[in-house]
Design a protein. Structure first.
Length: 291
């Protein structure tokens, strides 16, 4: 299940996939769509649209898991180029190397660095790092266990405080400092329930919001020791299968749910604010190309 959400100033981006990857931009103040386009695909093939990030110039970075790359666009859909080396077409040799993107699912920006998380199986280099100009940087190194592999991470969050990785198959959040050094794990599982975190967002007060697609799907607010806070249960009651998260400059939280078709907003205290986007209202525009 693919889809992503990102916000900067009054611009909200939602990505969604149905045979092709689609990108929608909305003006939050005017509550109207600004533009929409479809990701390019080789020949008559397919594309996909997963995680998305927006930089200070309102350039968009969209993960395309199907074509193993991150696409860069202007705010009006002009394709500015791709980041990352695609994975080999066949076999597994060469898929776990710096700069190679194997089914990228999530992207995040911080300090001039683009973080890309993905993979379909455990890998050492599942969280790649690039400069926005495309130069490959040293990947993050999974910490805290002997194998030093990530479990096909589906979510990544980066800010001035560091990097959080939703280490999906391992049922945990991995924490890193801004320089990429490992800090600790945050366990997501409880009792006998299997956790599968797919998105993570840092909240004030050293707590984390996690979207889980495991045995107990929904949202959870976790402390660094893995203890759960009640606010997560209250948010989950409003959401239907959350798959992506982001926050804005005012501390508000955006949750993409219903298979990537709806965006809910919550206040900084996590009180429910309302539905800000429902893609069902825009499905008729999919075949029209850039608007």
């Amino acid at each position: 299940m693919s889809g992503g959400v990102a916000v900067r100033a009054n611009l909200l981006c939602v990505t969604w996939s149905a045979a092709q990857g689609h990108v929608f931009l909305f003006d939050l103040d005017a509550r109207q769509r600004l533009s929409a386009w479809t990701l390019p695909a080789p020949g008559q093939g397919y594309s996909d649209a997963a995680g998305v990030a927006i930089d200070e110039h309102f350039h968009l970075f969209v993960a395309d898991p199907h074509n193993h790359r991150v696409r860069q666009f202007s705010a009006f859909g002009r394709h500015l180029g791709d980041l990352g080396q695609p994975a080999p077409a066949t076999g597994d040799v060469g898929r776990d190397r710096p700069g190679v993107l194997d089914h990228p699912h999530a992207v995040a920006l911080a300090g001039g660095c683009l973080y890309v998380a993905g993979g379909e199986r455990p890998r050492r280099r599942a969280v790649q790092r690039f400069l926005r100009t495309g130069e490959v940087q040293r990947p993050l190194a999974s910490g805290g266990d002997v194998e030093a592999v990530f479990g096909a991470p589906r979510g990544v969050c980066a800010d001035a405080e560091g990097v959080l990785v939703a280490d999906t198959l391992h049922g945990r959040i991995q924490r890193f400092r801004p320089d990429g050094s490992f800090v600790a794990h945050v366990p997501c599982s409880r009792r006998d329930a299997l956790a599968r975190p797919v998105a993570v967002l840092r909240l004030p007060g050293q707590v984390f919001l996690v979207a889980d697609r495991g045995d107990e799907p929904g949202l959870a607010v976790l402390r660094p020791d893995g203890a759960r806070l009640p606010a997560g249960e209250a948010m989950s009651a409003r959401c239907d299968g959350p798959i992506a998260l982001c926050g804005d400059e005012r501390g508000r939280v955006y949750v993409l749910d219903r298979g990537g078709e709806r965006v809910l907003r919550f206040a900084p205290d996590l009180a429910y604010d309302g539905v800000v986007v429902d893609l069902a209202e825009h499905l008729d525009d999919y075949e029209r190309g850039p608007q």
